[in-house]
Design a protein around this ligand. Structure first.
Ligand code: PLP
Ligand code: TYF
Length: 397
C-alpha cells in the first residue's frame, strides 16, 4: 500500500540540528537552529515566563475557543501595531495560531481561498526555507523577489524595488518585520518608506512575518516600525506573530494571525472563515503559551521584566557579533567581516562558501547551515576563539 511513498528531503535547518545532536565530539558547537542560548550555551526560560508559570499552576485545561483567548488576541495585535491601531481594531481580525508557522499557514490558506485566483505570494531571496513549503503545501504559487546582495552582504534595495514594480498588481509580499532570517539584513526606515510607496502604487498586500519583534534592537516599538508604517499608510495586510524567540516559547507553539481590512462589516465573515479552517485542522489552539503571554502582557511589572530580558538577550547577541569580528580581525582572517556587526537579529550570513562550511562542520564539529548562516546565539566566550580559529582555517585552506 505504501510502497510508492517517496522519501522526502530533510529540512535544511532542522537536519543540521539533528546532526549536531548525534555528534559525540566534546568540542561540538551548535550554530544551526535559531534558538536562544545563554552565555553557558544553555536554553533559557525567561524569568517573566517562569513567574507567569507559577501563577498559572493548576489553571484549567479546558478547550479554548476556536480562535483562541480573546485577551491574547487583543494584546498580540496591540503589541505589534501599537499606537498605529488608533481605532482601526474594528476592521482587524486576530486569531491565535500554532506559533508563527501556523499563523503563516492559516493566512496563506485564507489568501488562496479569498484573494483573486492566481494571486502570487512573493518571498525574499533568500528567506526562511519554510516560506516556500507553506505556500506549496497550501496550494498557492510562490515566487521570489531580490533581497540580498552577496557582493555587499547587504540589501539589494534596487533589485527589491524593481521586482516589486515588475510583479502583477495586487501580489502578496511576505516581508520580515525585522531581523531578516537568514541574512540579518533589514531595510532602513527610509527604505521601508519607499517600499510602502511602491507597494501602494502597485496595490500589493504586505504579509508581515513577525518572528523577532524585540529581538533585533531590543526595542519592541522600533522593531515594529515596518508593520506600523503599512497600517498607518492604510494597507489591507496580514501579519503572523511568533512568540518562539521573544518569549522563548518555541515548543509551546504560541502565535497570532491578524488580517487588516478596509471594511468593518466584513470582519465577522472573515473570522467565521478563519474559524472554519482552524476547526477542520486542529479544532482549537493550545492553552499554555497563550496564557503565559497574556499573563505577562497584562501585568505591567511582568511586562517590564520581559522587556529587560529581551534587551539582555538581544544585547548578548550584539556583544557576540563584536567579539566574533574582533576575533577574526585578530587572526587576520582574509576578507572583510564588518557585516557580522552590521547585520541584526539572531543570525549572521557569513558569506562562507559550502566547501568552507564543510570544513567547519566536518573538521571542527561546528554546525551551521549550508548557506553559511550562523545562529549567533550558539556562540559565547567559551567557544568564540575556537570558532574564529576554524573560520581562519576554512578561509585559508
Ligand atoms: N518566520 C521566520 C522568519 C522564522 O525565523 C521563524 C522561526 O522562528 C518563524 C517564522 C516561525 O517559527 P515558529 O513557528 O516557531 O513561531
Ligand atoms: O530559522 C530558524 O532556525 C528558526 C527555527 O522548520 C526553525 O526559524 C527552523 C526550521 C523550521 C522551524 C523553525
Amino acid at each position: 500500500l505504501f510502497a510508492n511513498v517517496p522519501l522526502g528531503p530533510v529540512d535544511p535547518i532542522l537536519g543540521v540540528s539533528t546532526a549536531f545532536k548525534a555528534d559525540t565530539d566534546p568540542r561540538k558547537v551548535d550554530t544551526s537552529v535559531g534558538a536562544y542560548r545563554d552565555e553557558n550555551g544553555k536554553p533559557y526560560v525567561l524569568k517573566c515566563v517562569y513567574e507567569a508559570e507559577k501563577r498559572l499552576l493548576g489553571a484549567p485545561k479546558e478547550y479554548l475557543p476556536i480562535d483562541g483567548i480573546p485577551e491574547f488576541n487583543k494584546l498580540s495585535a496591540k503589541l505589534l501595531y501599537g499606537d498605529a491601531m488608533n481605532g482601526k481594531e474594528k476592521r482587524m481580525v486576530t486569531v491565535q495560531a500554532l506559533s508563527g508557522t501556523g499563523a503563516l499557514r492559516i493566512g496563506i490558506i485564507f489568501i488562496r481561498k479569498y484573494l483573486p485566483a492566481g494571486t502570487v505570494v512573493y518571498i525574499s531571496r533568500p528567506s526562511w526555507t519554510n516560506h516556500h513549503n507553506i505556500c506549496k503545501e497550501s496550494g498557492i504559487q510562490s515566487a521570489e523577489y531580490a533581497y540580498y546582495d552577496p557582493k555587499t552582504k547587504g540589501l539589494d534595495f534596487t533589485g527589491m524595488i524593481n521586482d516589486m514594480k515588475a510583479a502583477p498588481n495586487g501580489s502578496v509580499f511576505v516581508l520580515h518585520l525585522c531581523a531578516h532570517n537568514p541574512t540579518g539584513v533589514d531595510p532602513t526606515h527610509e527604505q521601508w518608506n519607499v517600499i510602502a510607496d511602491v507597494m501602494r502604487e502597485k496595490n500589493h498586500i504586505p504579509f508581515m512575518d513577525c518572528a523577532y519583534q524585540g529581538y533585533a534592537s531590543g526595542d519592541l516599538d522600533y522593531d515594529a516600525y515596518s508593520a506600523r508604517l503599512f497600517l498607518n499608510r492604510g494597507f489591507e495586510m496580514f501579519s503572523a506573530q511568533s512568540y518562539s524567540k521573544n518569549f522563548g516559547l518555541y515548543g509551546e507553539r504560541t502565535g497570532a494571525l491578524t488580517i487588516v481590512s478596509h471594511r468593518e462589516d466584513v470582519i465577522p465573515k472573515m473570522l467565521s472563515q478563519l474559524k472554519m479552517d482552524i476547526r477542520a485542522m486542529y479544532s482549537s489552539p493550545p492553552t499554555h503559551g497563550a496564557r503565559l503571554v497574556t499573563t505577562v502582557l497584562s501585568d505591567p511589572e511582568l511586562t517590564a521584566l520581559w522587556v529587560k530580558e529581551l534587551k539582555e538577550m538581544s544585547g548578548r547577541i550584539k556583544d557576540v557579533r563584536q567579539k566574533v569580528l574582533d576575533a577574526l580581525i585578530a587572526r587576520k582572517v582574509p576578507g572583510n567581516w564588518e557585516h557580522i556587526v552590521n547585520q541584526i537579529g539572531m543570525f549572521t550570513y557569513t558569506g562562507l562558501t559550502k566547501p568552507q562550511v564543510d570544513i567547519l562542520v566536518n573538521k571542527y564539529h561546528i554546525y551551521l547551515l549550508g548557506s553559511g548562516r550562523v545562529s549567533l546565539a550558539g556562540l559565547n566566550n567559551k567557544n568564540i576563539d575556537y570558532f574564529a580559529d576554524a573560520v581562519l582555517d576554512a578561509v585559508t585552506s
